[in-house]
Write a protein that binds this ligand. Structure first.
Ligand code: ADP
Length: 406
């Protein structure tokens, strides 16, 4: 089965073509036959597209005013030139889309119908920098692959079974009825990493209590009990919870009231400050990139050290929250850019949690490969580093959905 995966971010688009053969899903991820990345922020004048296939890398400049045409150009590279890997686009059996916000209706990968498109559209106010791009991608595919099924894999779906006490905010109940609730995000990654953790530990997922730490530019934790997300740090939007690259995470909501009343802030200004100018960037001043924070810290920059300490403090506090929901812990999983690559973040997160039975091996942590256990042999709680593979996970969800019959 040939599966095209489209993963549209706020300023970039990643696409992959996978082929899954045989009657069962492979145990390990396959490499895509073809990969495309479009970066709309590379320059003010043009978008930048990179295609990798057949061991060849091709680069293209794109007109930022013509996004639909960019999608067509991208798809063209599947069937023409050095990166050609199929004769005709009709060989694609299914297209899977990562969709950030699916609201509370969808707990599984879902065939995209007019009704699903309307839901994604209605949720634009809750995911303004993502859902419009997903719709754009879905409609562009409809034009070139009319009869090919498209499947939405929602970031919110994995958290759909969260108990009500975790999902509902303590504000008047009528707001819950109107849709203000914790939805949670990064669901595809949390689900994939918890499944991978069970596989690494050789235990059934249904017997484990796991905290998955997805630490990228956006960051969230999930408390996964017996394979179900029972709590997570992101909420109504991806702004809640941990301190992130550019996002504040949770702050006292009265700060917003104060800024509105005393400093003439309006919604737009608050939005910009909390989503773009806060987090690591807000403290460090110049960058929200953890690598820059660590470089600064190693050079003795006090602000960088402070930003790092805050990141760890907030991460540990949120870990406590997830731990309380689980009532115990079998495995702590680190994933995404920071979680997979930063030994110092993992070390400082775990320090002093030895009383929980959580102990990492310094050597294993420093040289951690992907999908490995970095805890000491006597630790009661396993600490794992897992490489999140959201696009592969989306391809697998599509494969399963197709095999179940649409
Ligand atoms: P997203 O998909 O949310 O854009 P990623 O999962 O790619 O983000 O993670 C990006 C973050 O990972 C950035 O803060 C980056 O600095 C951090 N990162 C990447 N490599 C390292 C590293 N070796 N050490 C520390 N942080 C890293």
């Amino acid at each position: 089965m040939k599966i095209l995966v489209l993963n549209a971010g706020s300023s970039s688009q990643k696409s992959c073509l996978y082929e899954i053969t045989g009657k069962n899903l492979p145990k390990t991820s396959s490499k895509p036959l073809w990969e495309a990345t479009i970066d709309w922020t590379a320059s003010n004048d043009y978008g930048f597209m990179e295609i990798t296939a057949n061991g060849v890398e091709k680069e293209f400049k794109l007109d930022p005013e013509k996004r639909q045409a960019a999608m067509a150009k991208m798809l063209e590279t599947l069937t023409a030139g050095d990166t050609k890997i199929i004769e005709n686009l009709s060989e694609i059996n299914v297209v899977g889309h990562r969709v950030v916000h699916g609201g509370s209706d969808y707990a599984e990968a879902t065939l995209i119908t007019e009704e699903v498109k309307t839901t994604i559209k209605n949720l634009i106010p809750l995911a303004p920098s993502h859902n419009p791009n997903h719709l754009e991608g879905i409609e562009a595919i409809e034009k070139v692959l009319e009869d090919v099924p498209q499947i939405a894999v929602f970031d919110t779906a994995f958290h759909n079974k969260m108990p009500k006490e975790a999902a509902i905010y303590p504000i008047p109940y009528e707001w819950f009825e109107k849709g203000i609730r914790r939805y949670g995000f990064h669901g595809t990654s949390h689900k994939y990493c918890s499944q991978k953790a069970a596989e690494i530990l050789g235990k059934p997922l249904e017997s484990l209590r796991i905290i998955t730490c997805h630490l990228g530019n956006g960051a969230s934790l999930a408390a996964v009990k017996n394979g179900i997300s029972i709590n997570t740090t992101m909420g109504f939007t991806p702004l809640e919870g941990l301190m992130m690259g550019n996002r504040s995470g949770s702050i006292d909501p009265a700060i917003l009231i104060y800024l509105i009343q005393k400093h003439n802030f309006d919604a737009e200004k608050l939005n910009k400050m909390l989503n773009k100018e806060s987090g690591l960037k807000g403290i460090l001043g110049k960058s929200g990139d953890m690598r820059q924070v660590i470089i600064g810290m190693n050079k003795g920059d006090e602000k960088a050290q402070f930003a790092f300490n805050m990141f760890i403090h907030r991460l540990r506090c949120c870990l406590g929250e997830m731990l309380a929901s689980l009532g115990g812990l079998d495995a702590l999983v680190f994933t995404a850019g920071i979680g997979e690559h930063s030994a110092i973040v993992r070390e400082k997160t775990c320090v002093d949690f030895e009383f929980l039975g959580l102990k990492i091996d310094k050597e294993k942590n420093t040289n951690a490969g992907m999908n490995t256990d970095i805890s000491t042999p006597d630790a009661k709680v396993r600490v794992l580093v897992v490489h999140t593979e959201e696009d592969w996970a989306i391809a697998c969800e599509c494969w399963q959905r197709m095999n179940q019959g649409l």
